[in-house]
Design a protein around this ligand. Structure first.
Ligand SMILES: [Zn+2]
Length: 126
């Protein structure tokens, strides 16, 4: 058989959602305590061994399909009102996504949540 033998691979698929939040546990003087919004970027990372026949780990469309119902709960929402996200820091949003996505996407290896172009939180399920 031609091919490359067993290939361990990681796929990264990026999504975006727009949402408002405030961080209620911070002092009133902190800017993140005020209501504001972000264009959040989420990176969903899956990892594992590629299918030797197809030469891929999985269909990117399957990642999109698994994430879509979660995305719908976040996009154009006030995150503080989403059940489970009373304190919607990037860190807590990443864990919240992980808990909902992992059962549908067992190869999930990492969830990255970026509030801005220069700041992001990475969660690997531990
Ligand atoms: Zn913020």
């Amino acid at each position: 058989m031609d091919g490359f033998g067993i290939m361990k691979m990681e796929l990264r698929k990026t999504f975006q959602f727009e949402a408002a939040h405030l961080l209620p546990l911070l002092p009133k003087s902190h800017k993140c305590r005020r209501l504001h919004g972000h264009s959040f970027k989420v990176e969903v990372v899956v990892a594992g061994e590629c299918d030797p026949k197809l030469g891929w780990l999985m269909d990117y469309a399957d990642i999109t399909a698994a994430f879509k119902p979660i995305w719908e709960k976040l996009d154009h929402r006030y995150l503080n009102e989403v059940p489970g996200l009373k304190n919607p820091t990037s860190e807590e949003v990443a864990v919240w996504i992980w808990k909902r996505l992992k059962p549908k996407l067992p190869q999930l290896a990492e969830v990255v949540v970026a509030e801005t172009c220069t700041a992001r939180a990475v969660y690997r399920g531990e």
